[in-house]
Design a protein around this ligand. Structure first.
Ligand code: S0N
Length: 273
């Protein structure tokens, strides 16, 4: 494995947040519970994602887990109360759902670097990421119907888009585990590599993506999401179409005409077939 000069972006309790050459890496840092998340973990990941969204020099986000055992084992069962997961404030929360939305709406690719168990809500995070690269020791599965939870949102619908309806039902109904090769065969991950090559492979994919047009990638992500996300997906797609329109002289002419108290001259602009 090559060594990369990851630099800390911000201090958190449950996660590490680092950057290198335009790549931001968010690492769930709770190896003692196989990187299970509690509300604080999700709150910190949401904060990190917001920073990734604002910073123009961050082009790709990598999500992973600390150590060599687990990517993420889902909701921390020690924190599970009635109505959600509970932190020190005593309020039950399901704020991992906000993280699902943040990953899908971030106008930059998010890559899951799956370094071990990807289980329960942890595997939902893997599924929701735009791309997934796994080490050969990774194991995948949903446990909800075995441990008293379920994700009937993206964790089911988008999983089915990836692996097909029959396989998604098998995964959820039986709660079995699958090897990295099986996950690759069913379309749950993009590539499997030896554990000691995982970060190299992910950095290589990130560097390739960063040579591509950011706006083109943004629109492709929006378009692929819109199909499943309904009106909200269309809204985000439309928002980016507006962004591009605002970059054009035609939109500037409308604004300038208003400010100059004259009629706009839209005749000067091309009308493509
Ligand atoms: C990962 C597994 C398969 C690993 O097994 P293995 O190798 O035998 O190790 P263990 O000894 O079991 O584990 C090592 C240590 O890690 C602790 N630990 C592991 N997972 C968790 C966890 N999720 N929470 C808390 N602790 C965990 C173990 O306890 C052990 O520590 P010690 O030695 O101190 O006891 C195996 O560990 C496993 O199956 N883990 C549980 C996986 C699981 O069922 N996760 C929860 C599934 N449910 C969700 O994720 C909820 C989904 C969700 O969040 C959601 C989705 C949509 C809408 C809302 C929600 C929501 O509920 O918020």
């Amino acid at each position: 494995m090559d060594m990369y000069n990851w630099k800390k972006i911000k201090d958190y309790t449950d996660i590490l947040f680092e950057e290198f050459e335009g790549i931001a890496k968010i690492t769930i840092n709770r190896p003692e519970v196989y990187n299970a998340f509690r509300p604080l973990t999700n709150k910190e990941m949401l904060d990190a994602m917001a920073i990734c969204r604002e910073r123009q020099d961050i082009r790709v986000v990598v999500l992973t887990g600390a150590g060599d055992k687990a990517f993420c084992s889902g909701g921390d069962q020690h924190a599970k109360g009635r109505g959600g997961y509970v932190d020190a404030d005593g309020v039950p929360r399901l704020n991992v759902l906000e993280l699902h939305h943040a990953i899908r709406s971030l106008p930059k690719p998010v890559i899951a670097m799956v370094n071990g168990y990807s289980i329960g809500g942890g595997n939902v995070l893997n599924v929701i990421c735009d791309l997934s690269i796994a080490s050969d020791n990774a194991r995948f599965g949903q446990t909800g119907p075995k441990v008293g939870s379920f994700d009937a949102g993206f964790g089911s619908s988008y999983l089915a888009r990836c692996v097909g309806q029959k396989k998604a039902r098998e995964i959820w109904f039986l709660c079995r585990q699958y090897t990295a090769e099986e996950a690759l065969d069913m379309g749950m991950v993009n590539k499997v590599v030896p554990f000691d090559k995982l970060e190299d492979e992910v950095v290589d994919w990130c560097r390739t993506i960063m040579m591509r047009s950011p706006l083109a990638i943004r629109m492709i992500k929006r378009g692929l999401n819109a199909e499943l996300d309904g009106q909200r997906g269309l809204m985000e797609f439309a928002g980016d179409a507006t962004l591009m329109y605002y970059l054009m002289d035609e939109a500037q002419e409308g604004k300038n005409a208003f400010l100059e108290k004259r009629d706009p001259d839209f005749e000067q602009f091309p009308k493509f077939p």
